[in-house]
Design a protein around this ligand. Structure first.
Ligand code: ADP
Ligand code: MG
Length: 312
């Protein structure tokens, strides 16, 4: 659906994007993850045809964004980092304006009813945009992207500036949009993209440094997988159980809370580690209270990825 080939963008001496290539299939929800200045907005502006690249190409559903911009743009809905909202228009007037601008063909009333319902802005359609909260404005920005029902949605930091409740609502909305659209969204927050994206593309200093599933990104950290395990039992029994499992390379106690003790385990790559652990603990009659993959921060991921690149 989206093909990005060898995209490079230079602003004078600054290289904002450096030979970035990837493809997105129909129906995928892909996250652009990277710190501020990584090149996320630049990439999105080029993909949507708002900015030209220094070199490289972008095609949307087979249409090159430079050679056939009208056909390509028809297939795109874009929520830029700073949505171009008109404060003196009501929501309906603004959507009308976007409808005309895009030359959309849908039956207007039914179409607007549908997208306003989806973006949950039906109640504020008659209000001036200037009087809307940040959360509602962001939703109007999404509704605007949905005008004309484009198959591809590009959302630049859709949760920035929202409060925790609005963030959860926005996530739910994006997941819903992902049922019918191909979506790329950007964020500098790891949890954000992990929560909604099946696949994560990591950008740093304009370079694509990782492209994998959210799960694999975690797994690629460190030498193997890290698992957090909490069990109720005597320390020496727990340690004996851990030592008996071959795929546990090493472990360290992270905390003790009353009767339970938590351990961080480094595992060799193995499909069966979890079941081996389960049976080893069951054989010793030690209840496992909790077992989960360790969670990583964006910082952990960058340090690990950059170290891996340096090793190569
Ligand atoms: P992100 O969206 O990941 O925060 P950007 O794409 O906005 O990153 O920026 C990437 C790099 O390009 C940064 O170093 C930024 O300072 C630079 N940059 C972005 N826009 C411009 C511009 N119009 N002129 C000069 N440099 C720019
Ligand atoms: Mg940005």
């Amino acid at each position: 659906m989206i093909k990005v080939r060898h995209l490079t963008k230079k602003y004078g001496s600054i290289t904002a994007l450096d030979d970035v290539s990837f493809s997105v299939k129909k129906g995928e929800i892909v996250g652009f993850l990277g710190p501020n200045g990584a090149g996320k907005s630049t990439a999105m502006n080029i993909i949507t045809g708002y900015l030209s690249s220094t070199s490289g190409s972008v095609s949307i559903d087979g249409y090159d964004i430079l050679d056939e911009p009208t056909e390509a743009k028809k297939r795109l809905g874009y929520l830029p980092e700073i949505p171009p909202l008109y404060p003196d228009m009501t929501v309906d007037e603004y959507l009308d304006f976007v409808y005309e601008l895009k030359g959309a063909k849908q039956k207007k009333e039914a179409h607007f009813n549908e997208i306003c319902e989806l973006a949950r802005i039906t109640a504020v359609r008659g209000r001036l945009i200037r009087n809307l909260s940040k959360g509602y404005r962001q939703r109007v920005g999404i509704a605007q992207a949905l005008v004309g029902n484009p198959p591809v949605l590009i959302l630049d930091e859709p949760t920035v500036g929202l409060d925790p409740k609005q963030i959860v609502e926005m996530r739910t909305l994006i997941q819903k949009l992902g049922e019918k659209h191909t979506v790329i969204l950007s964020s500098h927050i790891l949890n954000e993209v992990q929560a909604v994206c099946g696949r994560i593309i990591v950008l740093n200093n304009g370079r694509l440094i990782a492209d994998s599933t959210a799960e694999h990104l975690g797994e690629s950290l460190g030498d193997g997988r890290t698992l957090l395990l909490r069990a109720a039992g005597e320390e020496k029994d727990i340690q004996a159980a851990l030592q008996s499992v071959k795929s546990v390379k090493r472990f360290s106690k992270t905390d003790a809370d009353g009767d339970t003790k938590a351990y961080s385990l480094t595992l060799t790559p193995s499909e069966s580690a979890r079941s081996e652990l389960f049976f080893a603990f069951a054989a010793r009659k030690i209840p496992i209270v909790e077992m989960k993959n360790a969670e990583y921060s964006l910082e952990d991921i960058f340090i690990s990825l950059v170290n891996q690149k340096n090793k190569k």
